[in-house]
Design a protein around this ligand. Structure first.
Ligand code: ATP
Ligand code: MG
Length: 602
């Protein structure tokens, strides 16, 4: 049970009466002892964990694949591809390095050079990995697009990114791009996977044949500060922003894949995020390959039975997924998990949304171990806060800062954001809620918001990067997520974070997912309204609604939801996040704003 206390300052804090989980790691973690590592760690040290490149050079593709080949591990399996309809295939590190170099030759042949942007709009496939790594090999900038985007979001991103080359399949090209080609003057080439390339495109095979005569290009001579990746944010709070990352980001990708995901060379690792989002690139491609593991990737969509079969049959040892997926697995019951042999699985990790303590506890039932949370953003490029292996897990807390990352919670002004006066910030004390901030300087920090220099500048203040998320840090340095600054509810003098209200309602057995918003109220300013998706087989009724109100009041006191509505499909971003701003706009009859990243309702 999780109860809430409200302090005199009107902030709410979960009392955290879940047990601290102290499962011994199944294998000595690479990070060693978190406190000790934090004391001695420097990013220079982490740079030394990568292979040396000539001069001041640093290239992500070199570190991800060629490095393994040079180290004599070329025959190790780099990626294993699963698909519902196609046979299982594998690429070794040597094959992937060769194919990446081949794709770099294709780019050169098509006039795409260093700094030019290359997009993929592809399912999780060998070609996607080859195009991503080949683009980086070439010194060009890789920008993945989520394959289920409709024509609008695809065109918008191709246009905003001044993209020079797109790799896609024939159907996607014809449906999403062809008509708009004249409005995309920067798009000089399109490569399609099929042999019968439509007009204005070239087939993957022809492009490769044309490049065959060319010598295998060496890895581009990129420096650490050269742009490498362009990632659009999830669009949870508004129009997606383009975050620009540089080759130096690989230092953080590698260090965190090692210290947080605990990737050893012999691991079989599955990251369920699509490379269309930053997680799928930082930790679906780059980080794990720099660690020399075998990456499993599945082109199929979520299906609880299939997922457990993949974990079992591929003998996955480390699994990185998201709370939405975990909630869906929870809905299908722990028995289904236990019906599979998951004995090889030693580390389960989550990102993207608040991880409800209920889900962490469920992990101990289903997987025999707690789920480890990680917090980071498109802008941070890599994990910043985590329950690293070996550190006791406090369910509901995201864990502690990763070695090399300095975190602060900054006092807020009336707008909910950090208060900066004359360049000075005020830090909150233990357990006080404020804006989560990071000390700039970690290698994967974004270097720009595409075409929005003022917005970028505004993200830094008083010597800190301001994340836009609210959190508190307890006396032992554990960070507790409260909500996004935009989502926080102000009710009768209380500041209420949606996360803890949602987590508390999720403890009710009839509830499977919750989204909470503030609804304007003449007396209280705002009241808490919860939108609830019920567990399978549970029918909505007035009696259940009342029961949930009482359940909430009992556990949350004055910050409990006053209104509850049943909603079988909460709006999610395509990356799986609950979109509270849409719940609010719909409740208030306001415009929905940018909806380019909204998932289609099934
Ligand atoms: P946009 O910036 O376009 O509104 P977004 O913030 O959802 O979209 P991402 O960069 O994909 O785009 O997501 C980062 C955000 O996701 C974080 O700022 C935080 O709000 C949320 N998040 C990520 N991991 C966690 C976590 N472990 N616990 C709580 N929230 C998380
Ligand atoms: Mg964001």
């Amino acid at each position: 049970m999780n109860t809430t206390t409200t302090s005199s300052t009107g902030r709410t804090t979960p009392s955290g009466d879940y047990p601290v989980l102290n499962h011994p790691p199944a294998r000595p973690p690479l990070i060693g002892d978190h406190a000790e590592r934090t004391r001695t760690f420097t990013w220079d040290e982490a740079r030394g964990w990568l292979a040396a490149e000539p001069g001041e050079r640093l290239n992500i593709a070199y570190q991800a694949v060629q490095r393994q080949v040079d180290a004599g591990r070329g025959s190790a399996v780099a990626v294993r591809f699963l698909d519902r309809t196609a046979p299982r295939t594998e690429l070794t590190y040597a094959e992937l390095a060769d194919a990446a170099a081949g794709f770099a030759a294709v780019l050169t042949g098509l006039g795409v050079g260093p700094g030019d942007r290359v997009c993929t709009l592809l399912p999780r496939s060998p070609e996607l990995f080859v195009a991503a790594l080949g683009t980086l090999w070439n010194g060009s900038v890789y920008c993945p697009l989520f394959p289920a985007f409709g024509p609008g979001p695809v065109r918008q991103r191709l246009d905003l990114g001044h993209v020079r080359l797109l790799v896609t399949d024939r159907a996607s090209y014809e449906r999403k791009v062809a008509e708009a080609r004249d409005d995309l003057p920067h798009l000089s080439a399109v490569v399609v996977l099929e042999d019968d390339a439509p007009p204005g495109t070239v087939s993957w095979r022809d492009a490769q044949t044309r490049a065959e005569g060319l010598p295998r290009p060496p890895v581009a001579e990129t420096g650490p500060e050269d742009p490498a990746l362009l990632h659009f944010t999830s669009g949870t709070t508004g129009r997606p922003k383009g975050a620009v990352h540089v080759h130096e980001a690989v230092v953080a990708h590698h260090a965190t894949a090692r210290m947080v995901l605990d990737l050893h060379e012999d691991d079989v690792y599955w990251c369920t995020a699509d490379p269309g989002w930053v997680t799928g690139t930082s930790y679906g491609i780059i980080g794990p390959l720099t660690c020399g593991v075998t990456v499993v990737t599945d082109a199929a969509d979520f299906d609880a039975r299939r997922w457990y079969s993949v974990l079992q049959d591929e003998q996955v040892t480390v699994f990185y997924t998201a709370p939405t997926a975990l909630r869906m697995l929870m809905r299908s019951g722990a028995d289904l998990a236990r019906a599979h042999d998951l004995s090889r699985l030693r580390h389960v990790v989550s990102v993207g949304e608040p991880l409800n303590p209920e889900a962490v506890m469920w992990g101990t039932e289903a997987f025999g171990r707690p789920i480890h949370d990680t917090w980071w953003q498109t802008e941070t490029g890599a994990i910043m806060i985590s329950n690293v292996p070996g550190m006791p897990v406090r369910p509901g807390s995201m864990g502690r800062p990763v070695p090399g990352v300095e975190v602060a919670v900054l006092a807020r002004g009336d707008d909910g954001r950090a208060l900066v006066r004359d360049g000075e910030v005020q830090r909150c004390g233990p357990d006080e809620v404020g804006e989560l901030a990071l000390r700039p300087g970690w290698p994967s920090m974004f270097r720009a918001y595409l075409d929005q220099p003022e917005r970028y500048a505004a993200a830094f203040s008083g010597g800190w990067y301001l994340s836009g998320d609210l959190a508190r840090v307890d006396a032992d340095g554990y960070v507790w997520f409260v909500g996004r600054a935009d989502d926080v509810i102000k009710s009768a003098g209380h500041l209420i974070g949606p996360f803890e209200v949602e987590s508390t309602l999720m403890e009710h057995p009839s509830v499977s997912e919750v989204g909470v918003i503030g609804k304007p109220d003449p007396l209280a300013g705002e009241i808490v309204k919860a939108f609830v998706t019920l567990a399978p087989g549970v029918e909505p009724s007035e009696a259940l609604r009342r029961e949930l109100i009482v359940f909430g009041r009992h556990r949350l006191g004055s910050v409990a939801p006053r209104e509850i509505a049943f909603d079988p499909h909460l709006p999610h971003t395509r990356s799986g996040k609950v979109m509270r701003r849409l719940l609010k706009a719909r409740e208030l009859g306001l415009p929905e704003g940018d909806t380019s990243t909204v998932e289609e309702t099934p």
